[in-house]
Design a binder for this molecule. Structure first.
Ligand code: UN1
Length: 510
């Protein structure tokens, strides 16, 4: 999580003052109580200031939680199909404004325009999907063991939900959390990443325009320490849904423990693409490039390891190197650009540090490995491939979150699966092979929440569960029907219409 900076007005390179945006609390747009702001900048050109946003703190969070708590009493009783009508309207608005939203997203976050459109499309898909749940939210009915007794289970909302989201899918990931939370009858306090508050603001504006009542969705911008912790510690917040690094995820979990909040964590990945000797090489090369360098490697599903069978290793490395070198870096709004910048300078330095570690540990740098200032004034880094990587090297174990992938040679499928599983994370895996037996064996044995056959590690769809095993998560799944389990409690209901005391497990039934 990135800290906040106070705007000084210098070094902007802009002639007009950047626009100032506000928090959204109880249906009104308002500045931070402290009056402080921080800047959001364009990662392709740091002199381009996207806007100023409230550097909020506990006072603002307290107001937002109080508003959400009050609004909950009405919202939980508003019929779910009616809540859905608001979400359907929002989905339509996202759809109508897809292009302008995507352009703003590229400017603030850096991903190329085609991918920014994908980010907005994922919002549209998720909001429609969640709206559809308004007429489902199914529970079960089941026979009672006693006569004249009816038994069923129903889903009930939790109350105020805290949603803490990252910058890499600055609109899609908020939608995965906020739309399901709302359809289930919860109210929300949303803290977006400090690198992408404009996109978050646009999200909230559309939800407001679609007709959400005041207090149902509140947004408070600012740093993890000031805003995030105030949400985590607040006794009236019942659930926190977080996506981000393992380090911050652990902090979230610990901070939520004293008040027994439900916590849903979606964290790191070190995702592998396995390529067997019989694979369609062209297809594998396309998939690896897209999986490793799409979104500049800044997806938790990014393919940061390529586990290749030895018969195809040399050929694959040669083809990948040639293609990686030909990728065009630049500002994502320029036509023909394949790879945008990293999100910020800290990220750039982290990627540089890992390239250095890779070299020192004895891996072979086959292409990239340097900053790319020729691509623009922002945080550009060359697509980078390491070969001859050993499975236990740090670049094959730790999440880099940049355009770096590690090629590891193996002898056969079993070794490939062992190497793929030999990490701390378990988000996404992929295998390229034409052999159906091998494909199914891999699907069975790869320890990850997502597995792809003949497709890269990225590209999850919203109606399938999203999440991972091991340190990637804490057992929850986002999206799909599974997301309802995060945002609701189960209530078992027994209705006895026998007009007499019937003691379960004790009275004989005749
Ligand atoms: C993430 O990287 O945090 O499957 C989410 C994908 C996207 C979502 C990625 N639909 O790559």
């Amino acid at each position: 999580m990135v800290g906040t900076q106070t705007y000084t007005g210098s070094q902007t390179g802009q002639t007009t003052a950047p626009k100032e945006f506000k928090n959204f609390i109880n249906g009104t747009w308002q500045p931070a109580k402290s009056g402080k702001t921080f800047q959001s900048i364009n990662p392709a050109d740091p002199s381009d200031i996207v806007g100023l946003f409230p550097a909020s703190d506990k006072q603002d969070v307290d107001l937002a939680v109080a508003a959400a708590k009050k609004a909950y009493e009405e919202w939980r009783l508003y019929p779910a199909p009616k809540r859905a009508e608001i979400l359907f309207k929002a989905a339509q608005l996202f759809s109508e404004r897809k292009e302008e939203l995507a352009r703003e997203l590229t400017r603030e976050m850096g991903k190329v325009l085609a991918e920014a459109r994908g980010d907005i499309q994922e919002v549209i898909d998720m909001v429609y999907y969640a709206a559809g749940e308004g007429r489902r939210l199914f529970g079960q009915t089941t026979p009672s063991e006693l006569r004249n007794k009816f038994a069923m289970s129903v889903r009930v909302p939790l109350g105020v939900v805290g949603c803490i989201t990252p910058w890499n899918f600055p609109m899609a990931i908020p939608s995965w959390k906020i739309a399901p939370a709302l359809i289930c009858g919860n109210t929300v306090v949303f803290k977006p990443a400090s690198d992408t508050p404009l996109v978050a603001t646009r999200f909230v504006e559309i939800m407001e325009e679609a007709g959400l009542p005041p207090g149902v969705l509140n947004m408070v911008t600012g740093g993890g320490g000031a805003v995030g912790d105030a949400i985590l510690e607040h006794p009236d917040v019942k659930l926190v849904s977080f996506t981000g690094s393992c380090e911050v995820g652990r902090h979230v979990n610990e901070k939520c423990a004293p008040t027994f909040k439900r916590v849903s964590l979606e964290m790191g990945g070190k995702n592998a693409i396995i390529v067997l000797d019989d694979a369609n090489l062209d297809l594998a090369v396309d998939g690896i490039l897209w999986g490793a360098f799409g979104t500049t490697g800044q997806r938790c599903t990014a393919a940061s390891r390529v586990i290749v069978q030895k018969g195809i290793h040399a050929k694959l490395t040669e083809r990948l190197t040639e293609r990686a070198k030909s990728l065009k870096l630049g500002y994502g709004l320029e036509p023909g650009v394949d790879v945008g910048p990293l999100i910020n300078e800290a990220s750039l330095k982290k990627v540089e540090k890992y390239v250095q570690i890779g070299k020192e540990d004895g891996a072979t740098l086959v292409c990239g490995g340097n900053r790319a200032p020729e691509a623009g004034p922002g945080w550009f880094f060359q697509p980078t491939l390491f070969d001859n990587v050993k499975p236990n090297m740090r670049i094959a174990q730790e999440e880099i979150f940049g355009p770096v992938t590690a090629i590891i040679e193996v002898n056969d499928l079993r070794e490939a699966i062992d190497v793929a599983n030999g990490i701390e994370f378990g988000l996404s895996t992929a295998i390229y092979t034409k052999n159906v037996n091998m494909a199914f064996e891999a699907v069975r044995d790869l320890d990850s929440g997502l597995t792809y056959v003949n497709a890269p590690t990225i590209g999850a769809e919203v109606h399938l569960p999203f999440g991972g095993t091991k340190s990637t998560g804490n057992g929850h799944r986002e999206a799909a029907e599974a997301c309802l389990d995060i945002f609701t409690e189960w209530k078992a209901v027994y209705i006895d219409y026998s007009d007499k005391l019937q003691r379960a497990q004790i009275d004989p039934v005749k």
